[in-house]
Design a protein around this ligand. Sequence first.
Ligand code: COA
Length: 431
Amino acid sequence: MSNLKEVRVPDLGNVSGAAIIEIPIKVGESIQAEQALITLESDKASMDIPAPFAGKVKEIKVKVGDKVSKGDFIVLLEVGADAAAVEEKPAPKTETTAPKVLQETAKPTETATATVNTDDTAISSAEDDQGDDVHAGPGVRRLAREFGLDLNQIKGTGQKGRVVKEDLQNFVKSRLSQTGQSSGTGSGLPSAPQIDFSQFGETENKPLSRIKKLSAQYLHRNWLLVPHVTQFNDADITELEAFRKAQAAFAAKQNVKLTPLVFIMKAVVTALKAFPAFNSSLSADGEQLILKKYFHIGIAVDTPEGLVVPVIRDVDKKSLLELAKELAEVSNKARLKQLSSADMQGSSFTISSLGGIGGTAFTPIVNLPDVAILGVSKAQFKPQYQDGEFIPRLMLPLCLSYDHRVIDGAEGARFIVFLADCLSDIRRWLL
Ligand code: COA
């Protein structure tokens, strides 16, 4: 035995004259209790009107665009003998929280849109407002519009493949994690486009070494975290070089090669003592400067596998010859890949010397947690104006990058001028 039951719009609270924007059922279709019969949208909310009982749709009394209020007759259902009749109509399964959800998601929307924007296909079809064939409630449709998502691309897990809010969330999550993986940063920065370069000519893919991958991460992090300023100066090392050359034979007898770098290390320590802020780290909360009473200098070493920075400890306590010996040992160890992680920890300042290669200047990246790094380029004879005439002097280019959160421009200039003076007259170290 079966009977016909009228389904009417239940109490919608303060809402009246809500527009029907979707009718996801058809005449003749068998439906379950709680399944959405029509979807309404008012100024304030979107809501589905669920079937109060299971049955077969005999007649649909309304059409999309009609406006309905409490008590309006919307659907005639044929209820079978075995259908679970419900005397009292349940309150509509409203999506009155939808506007709230949209507000809450307003922040992630920017990120998600940016992410999805990388996929031209998704964007263009979303803008075309396709997805009309997809079953989805108005709240979900509105959310999809906000996110710039194409409903056709989203697999619905609701009844009859209906796209529900969780499907949107899962879709966005999966897109975000894909972008995080491809950019390797997860920093919210736009990722570089993936380009098939073979379209322009022959290419070959060479995997990066472990060291290159590691240093890439550190350099990128330091570049992003530290507000860099680089200050340049030339040091007149004519006398220093004369002294170094004069001592070369003496050093060689002890199997040591004296290069300008060890003199620079000593001069740096003198400057660090005069300007303690350069021998410090900023505390993690940015509230304090941690001044170091030790002078451990990191030295950037170029190896076939990439850049490594072993640390030479207590530079202030070692002689030039001792430092030259240790420098040769650590750079050799670095090139043989024998450095331990302890060998590369604890620097309080770093020097990167490209003087043996060439170039006039560069902007080194601060080696966190240090607050400054000295770049050294190749010394060259340059005319210097002295006592009314130009005379050739050996000038060493210095490039000091520092963390502007810790060091002011004037301090940076004072430091590099002091350092250049120390190199110009090495007797100053003795003072
Ligand atoms: N100006 C002119 N000549 C210089 C110089 C300078 N600033 N610095 C070094 N030289 C000379 C040396 O005297 C040496 O000359 P010589 O063979 O005629 O005596 C020659 O250049 C080679 O020196 P080098 O072997 O580089 O020794 P070093 O003590 O100067 O440097 C290392 C040692 C380990 C730092 C260096 O070999 C190295 O790896 N540098 C690269 C660091 C790097 O990659 N930095 C970039 C980080 S982004």
